[in-house]
Design a protein around this ligand. Sequence first.
Ligand code: NAD
Length: 127
Amino acid sequence: MKVTSDMSSSGRRVIGVGIIGAGARGVNCIGRQIAEPFDDTGLRVAALCDRNRERVDAAARLLHNLVPNRGATPPPKTYLDASQLIAAPEVDLVVITTPSYLHREGVTPALRGGETVQMRDIPGHAL
Ligand SMILES: NC(=O)c1ccc[n+]([C@@H]2O[C@H](COP(=O)([O-])OP(=O)(O)OC[C@H]3O[C@@H](n4cnc5c(N)ncnc54)[C@H](O)[C@@H]3O)[C@@H](O)[C@H]2O)c1
């Protein structure tokens, strides 16, 4: 895992998570689980990607509002293209929450880019 982020105000190293797929799984499940305990974990949703612009912008606002002491934490950056999120400097770890049959197109470039990838589902189709 590459770690490019700063320390949090509590002295924890901040690890930036990029979520590809701002649907129910990516936002209401995984995104919330990362955003709400930021003070305890140092994990933050640093970036979100979805093909749908309105959805990804709304998700970024929602998740940022859940972060404790959010004034000191930047809102997640938003992307429409997974390759841009994977290459983004604020992203240390990629979580893929697109439908299973689309995992391959997100996972392969992320692994090639040296990212740590987490898939919260059985990997869809041959990788
Ligand atoms: N929703 C749940 O509670 C739940 C629970 C367990 C597992 N899952 C699994 O999680 C996966 C996603 O489920 P969901 O309910 O969030 O689906 P969803 O349809 O609500 O969200 C998927 C999102 O991925 C986006 N997307 C698709 N291709 C993309 C791409 N190439 N780049 C960027 N964004 C892309 C879509 O625009 C959509 O917003 C599914 O495989 C599902 O089986 C979901």
